[in-house]
Ligand binder design. Structure first.
Ligand SMILES: Nc1ncnc2c1ncn2[C@@H]1O[C@H](COP(=O)(O)OP(=O)(O)OP(=O)(O)O)[C@@H](O)[C@H]1O
Ligand SMILES: [Mg+2]
Length: 280
């Protein structure tokens, strides 16, 4: 089980990191032009403000929300890659806030990550990328080869010539699938996915969705999926969490969330440009 208890995460307005998306950069420029937009209490920007939720074991929780609302930040906190200002983050019975890196590594060993932009090792082949975690565990070569082949086949990359290619030699959608195969190679109990289907064609997006669902059923994984794809969110999740303005504005089963009578939630669900969600 994963639980956030009153988690707050802020950054000083001075140290604001370079946005990672084109949209983020555009928004940052607009913010800069307006000076202090979005920066509150004592010059700090609250990315997450008193966020609490629970992801039960063996479930698929989808985090949705507009760009720049803190979804990736939330996953990074969950992976212990960032420390919150306050609050507790419980992973399988351990509060990971303030844990030493060595202890965090132990917990991370049970986790798989699919990063937002694939984030593969550029100098390693597709097969080496997928086998990376297994190599670290010093598993026998033949076993690694077997697992790598099986995982790549599951994500629709059975062709051997692809296994020898470098990440720069394959398409963005393929890189995404390699990232997925890599995350699953070590058979993690918890899998965190940051937009696993964005940039994929609808057929491949469906393949990835089905894989997430199958994995939960077959291996009993606990999954947190950040996604913009509404149809996929509503199809695969047991729990939907919508973030907006640093807070959770909706939380429940897909059916429950659909019924929530909030302008922000309805605008997002209907994908309308007019409403309380604005671009800047
Ligand atoms: N280390 C940091 N320092 C300063 N600002 C940060 C830092 N990390 C993230 N941010 C800011 O926090 C906000 C949330 O970022 P995050 O990447 O979590 O958004 P997101 O919901 O994943 O967006 P997207 O859908 O575009 O991926 C953004 O405004 C970003 O600029
Ligand atoms: Mg993100």
């Amino acid at each position: 089980m994963i639980e956030f208890r009153h988690v707050t995460y802020s950054v000083s307005s001075g140290e604001a990191e370079e946005p990672t998306t084109e949209y983020g950069r555009l928004r940052r420029a607009v913010e800069a032009a307006r000076h202090k937009q979005g920066f509150g209490r004592r010059g700090r920007k609250f990315i997450l403000d008193d966020v609490s939720f629970e992801v039960p074991e063996n479930s698929i929780a989808c985090i949705m929300g507009v760009s720049g609302t803190g979804k990736t930040t939330l996953l990074r906190l969950m992976a212990g890659l960032l420390q919150p200002d306050s609050g507790e983050i419980w992973i399988d019975g351990h509060n990971i806030v303030g844990l030493k890196e060595r202890e965090m590594m132990e917990i991370r060993r049970e986790m798989g990550f699919v990063f937002q932009y694939g984030a593969l090792f550029d100098s390693l082949s597709v097969a080496e990328n997928v086998g990376f975690g297994l190599e670290q565990q010093r598993r026998p070569k033949s076993e690694i080869a077997e697992i790598v082949t099986a995982r790549l086949r599951e994500v629709g990359l059975a062709e051997e010539s692809v296994h020898r290619k470098l990440p720069s030699e394959i398409s963005g959608g393929m890189r995404k699938r390699v990232a997925m195969a890599r995350a699953l190679a070590t058979a993690p109990k918890i899998v965190l996915y940051d937009e696993p289907t964005s940039g994929l064609d609808p057929v491949m997006a469906r393949v990835i969705d089905d894989l997430i669902v199958n994995l939960r059923e077959r291996a009993g994984t606990t999954n947190v999926v950040v996604s913009h794809h509404l149809t996929s969110i509503l199809r695969i999740s047991n729990l939907v969490i919508m973030l907006h303005g640093g807070q959770i504005v909706a939380q429940g089963t897909p059916d429950e969330v659909r019924q929530i009578d909030s302008p922000v939630v309805q605008q997002f669900l209907e994908g309308r440009a007019d409403g309380p969600i604005t671009v800047a």
